[in-house]
Design a protein around this ligand. Structure first.
Ligand SMILES: Cc1ncc(C[n+]2csc(CCOP(=O)(O)OP(=O)(O)O)c2C)c(N)n1
Ligand code: SF4
Length: 330
């Protein structure tokens, strides 16, 4: 364990103060760098960071016997400009909407070939997951196919110019929900929580994670690979281009999303929540929203301030639902 003088496992102190077994794979000589340098993600891309850590952790957990299916989207486009690729693993580009089905097929083929050592991941953005790929994903869950599906949630269709998805938060400005008119930005609606929908399928493991806590993200990937059957990991990944945020603010924003309650971090087994990451220093939603230009209109008018109150109410609801301020588990 680390010494008593240091706060470890946070953004202030890195791996060097942690015991070897507690370190993220960043400081591990066995790190595979499965998403290698040379890709063309934007500076500060949360999706690139999340994928790099998730896939390296999965490689470590599976003794490097891993195949990934990737939906169309930023992660596929920035990593694999044909005929080149940054991936150092067997990797297949599916269609936009069928990564889960392609991964299910790969897993079935591995089973028929008797390759029980080879494990399969499917991954995609929130558009590919919560919208167009949703049917294939639900089928994968319902059949309990032996696949870990990872959604990198940057809250819009970024690759094609920032269109709204069903994961776009209310009031956010996107190319299809402009910050003007009677309802500026995305409408306040009923929303769609795919982690909750995944839980409703009773699959072995569901978790949310964020690039602000890479140790937790790695731990959840490793844990997910310890299960067989369908598993779902939903990672919150800030997108400087789509959010209108500074590229050096990616980690800070990911952390503020958790600390204000708008992105609850939790895990569940067989449909039951088993743990949630407690908020250490609660902040108002304004702290998270203000550095993002997609929410700038909220700070310009009295109507905007009324909408801020509605967003705070959503955060408060999450805090109560996942008991994010209470001691004990979950
Ligand atoms: C059937 C189909 N419709 C539309 C597209 C165009 N398209 C490619 S990527 C993309 C958006 C991807 O958004 P998301 O899944 O959220 O991933 P991100 O780029 O944000 O990481 C769209 C609309 C497509 N490739 N196929
Ligand atoms: S648009 Fe967003 S998700 Fe896509 S590469 Fe740039 S920062 Fe990453």
């Amino acid at each position: 364990m680390s010494g008593p003088f240091y706060q470890t496992g946070t953004f202030t102190v890195g791996n060097r103060l942690l015991a070897a077994e507690e370190r993220s794979v960043q400081a591990n000589m066995r790190r595979t760098n499965s998403l290698n340098s040379g890709h063309r993600a934007c500076q500060g891309c949360g999706e690139a960071l999340g994928a790099r850590y998730a896939i390296d952790a999965a490689m470590e957990a599976t003794n490097r016997q891993l195949i990934a299916a990737n939906a169309t989207g930023c992660l596929e486009v920035f990593s694999t400009p044909y005929p080149e690729t940054s991936w150092q693993i067997p990797w297949i580009h599916s269609l936009f909407g069928n990564a889960a089905a392609v991964a299910s097929g790969v897993a079935a083929a591995m089973r028929i070939k008797g390759r029980t050592d080879v494990r399969v991941i499917a991954q995609g953005g929130d558009g590919g997951t919560t919208d167009i790929g949703f049917g294939c994903l639900s089928g994968m869950f319902e059949r309990n196919d032996d696949v870990l599906y990872i959604c990198y949630d940057n809250e819009a269709y970024m690759n094609t110019g920032v269109q709204r998805s069903s994961a776009t938060p209310p009031a956010a400005r996107t190319a299809t929900t402009p910050a003007m008119g009677a309802e500026p930005g995305n409408v306040f609606g009923t929303g769609k929580s795919v982690p909750k929908i995944a839980m409703a399928h009773n699959i072995p493991y569901v978790a949310t994670a964020t690039v602000a806590d890479l140790h937790d993200l790695e731990r959840k990937v490793v844990k997910a690979m310890g299960f067989h059957g369908a598993r779902y990991l939903h990672i919150h990944v800030p997108c400087p281009l789509g959010w209108g945020s500074a590229s050096n603010d990616t980690i800070r924003l990911a952390r503020l999303a958790v600390e204000c309650g708008l992105f609850p971090v939790f895990e569940a087994e067989h449909g039951i929540v088993t743990g949630s990451r407690k908020i250490r220093r609660r902040v108002p939603v304004e702290d998270y929203l203000k550095p993002q230009r997609r929410f700038a209109h909220l700070f310009a008018t009295e109507e905007g301030h009324q909408r801020l109150k509605k967003l705070q109410a959503l955060a408060d609801h999450n805090i109560a639902e996942y008991r994010l301020l209470e001691d004990g588990e979950p």
